[in-house]
Every structure is written in C-alpha cells, then in structure tokens.
Design a protein around this ligand. Structure first.
Ligand code: SF4
Ligand code: SF4
Length: 299
C-alpha cells in the first residue's frame, strides 16, 4: 500500500513503520532478521538446506545461527547503530515454528531489551495453529506464511514430504495436511488481529496460474498482503527444481501475475528476497557489520 488509503486506522498503526508491509515505509525504516531457527518440518523442492529458508530468502548465502541470547545482543548492537530500526523478524534458516523454544525465547529477550521494536515471524504454517496463543501473548504483530498452493495435487509437486505430529507424510496427503493447516492459520491470525502476509513462490509450469486461486483463498480468509516472489533455482543450488532444469519466471511473467491478483487485496511489489540475516533498509545490506563472529566476540 502506498499510503493510508483504505486501510483501517488500527491496521495502519501496525503497517506504517514496517518496511515490508508499507511500500512508503521501506524508504525510511529498517528491519533486521535474526537466524535462530535451524530445523524445518517440511521439505520444499526449491529449498537447499545449506542456505537460508526461501520463505523469504535468496538461496546462495550461508546463514548464521545465533542463540537467543546472541540474537538479543545483536538487536541491541544494530538498534544503537541504525536508529531507523523498527522491526525484528525471525525467518530462518529453517522454519521458526519448528524451533519454537528458540524462536519464542528470542522474542521474549528482544522484548525485554527493546520493547519498542515490532516483532515479525515467517513460517511455512504447518504448526502455526498450535502457536497462535503464544504469538499473540508475545505481541508478534506480523506473521508471514509461505503458501504456494491450495490444491494438494499441485502441492505434491512442490513438497516431497512433511513431518507432522511425529509422523512423516508424503505426496498428496502431505500437501493436503500442510494446506489445511496453512489456511487455518490465516483464519486464526485474522481472528486474533495479527497482520498476515502471504508469500508465494512463483514456479513456472507448476503453480504460476494457480497462484490466482491461492490469492483468492487467502484474501477471503483475511490475509492483509500477498507477496509473490520468483523461484530462484539453479543446479548449483542443488534443489530438485534446479536439478530438473526448472527456470524461474521472467519479470514480465511476474508482473502479469501480480496484476491479475491486484484487486481488493494489497500486493507487495517491493520485496527484495532478503537473506535470513539481513540488516538495514530494504535494498541495503549491512549484515557484514554485524556478523555472527562479531556478535560472539561480544560474549
Ligand atoms: Fe526450506 Fe523453508 Fe521450505 Fe523448510 S520451509 S524446506 S527451510 S524453504
Ligand atoms: Fe521484507 Fe521481502 Fe525482505 Fe522479507 S524478504 S524482509 S518481506 S523485503
């Protein structure tokens, strides 16, 4: 959204300083990600576990792993250097909710040291409904769910397996469980007044046209913003899609899809697919100033 426009006042309070939720804010406010969550409970065909979770992250950058205490210290260091910092997010390297103790401990510590910072979480959504109360209690204002399909047949081409309630599921059954949980999560977030952004990875030939259905499904369940990002896949990343020669979409294909989804729902068009340890304004990367080594040296 470019400005207040049709956004209710209460929602506007939550988006106006968030560089991802407000296109205007991204020129003025900074965010940082802390990588405290190594494990994941599903497998996406576009993921290479050596790198950051492509929930929001560009593959090819080996990510940091911080303890919750180191993450809180890093937040303090960044906040004192970058006064425009308004948002701290946890987006990887795996799924934050597959690492609930680490993720929630980190949010608690950040809230203690910097209560004014807004908290943001990204997830594949598989266990999101189980954690809504904690997310609410910890005042996490923004949750991003990566939803790439609402049809399990398409899902089976994207997700080889999930691990859910101590059991491994594959194929259509896995995709169905994942999608039911994701959509339930969207509804629960809306009910609790937590802003929800949907990320979708556009995979030509697999889910490109189908993302219009995804857009409709999340819109009526109350998601605030839809962010369609291009598949970044290449053999050197070793992902299943990369190995099968699957290409990413062209900028023209991306724009056409975003245009066909544009309607009552806000489309995010300024996502930079940041790394999981991103620091600074969108489009500037100051992560090198705050490397894991430097943070550990502060121990
Ligand atoms: Fe990789 Fe993220 Fe998918 Fe997990 S949810 S497999 S970390 S892209
Ligand atoms: Fe914002 Fe996109 Fe970067 Fe996430 S990856 S911090 S949504 S710009």
């Amino acid at each position: 959204p470019a400005g207040r426009g049709d956004i209710p006042a209460e929602t506007w309070e939550k988006v106006k300083n968030h560089p991802c939720y407000s296109e205007q804010a991204h020129h003025h406010y900074a965010r940082m990600h802390v990588g405290v969550a190594p494990a994941c409970n599903i497998q996406c065909n576009y993921c290479n576990r050596k790198y950051d979770c492509t929930n929001e992250s560009r593959p090819g950058v080996v990510s940091e792993r911080l303890t919750p205490e180191q993450a809180a210290r890093k937040v303090m260091a960044v906040a004192s250097t970058i006064p425009q910092l308004t948002v701290v997010g946890i987006a990887g390297p795996g799924d934050p909710l597959a690492n609930p103790e680490k993720t929630f401990k980190t949010f608690e510590l950040i809230h203690e040291v910097a209560p004014d910072l807004k908290l943001c979480l990204s997830t594949n959504g598989l266990v999101l409904p189980d954690h809504i109360d904690t997310i609410k209690k910890l005042n996490v204002d923004h949750v991003t769910i990566t939803i790439n399909m609402v049809d399990p047949e398409i899902g089976a081409k994207i997700y080889p397996w999930i691990f859910y309630r101590h059991k491994r599921y594959t194929g259509i059954q896995a995709a169905k469980i994942l999608n039911d949980r994701q959509l339930q999560g969207v509804e629960m977030l809306a009910k609790h007044g937590i802003l929800c952004k949907i990320n979708s990875v556009m995979i030509p030939g697999i889910n490109d046209q189908h993302l219009i259905e995804v857009n409709k499904a999340v819109k009526w369940r109350g998601a605030f913003l839809h962010n369609i990002v291009p598949l970044i896949s290449s053999p050197e990343h070793g992902t299943a899609f990369g190995l099968s020669g699957q290409r990413g979409p062209t900028p023209g294909e991306m724009k056409a899809l975003q245009d066909s989804c544009e309607g009552e729902m806000h489309m995010m068009r300024h996502c930079r697919q940041c790394r999981a340890d991103a620091v600074g304004l969108l489009g500037e990367d100051r992560s090198a100033e705050f490397t894991t080594e430097k943070i550990i040296q502060m121990d």
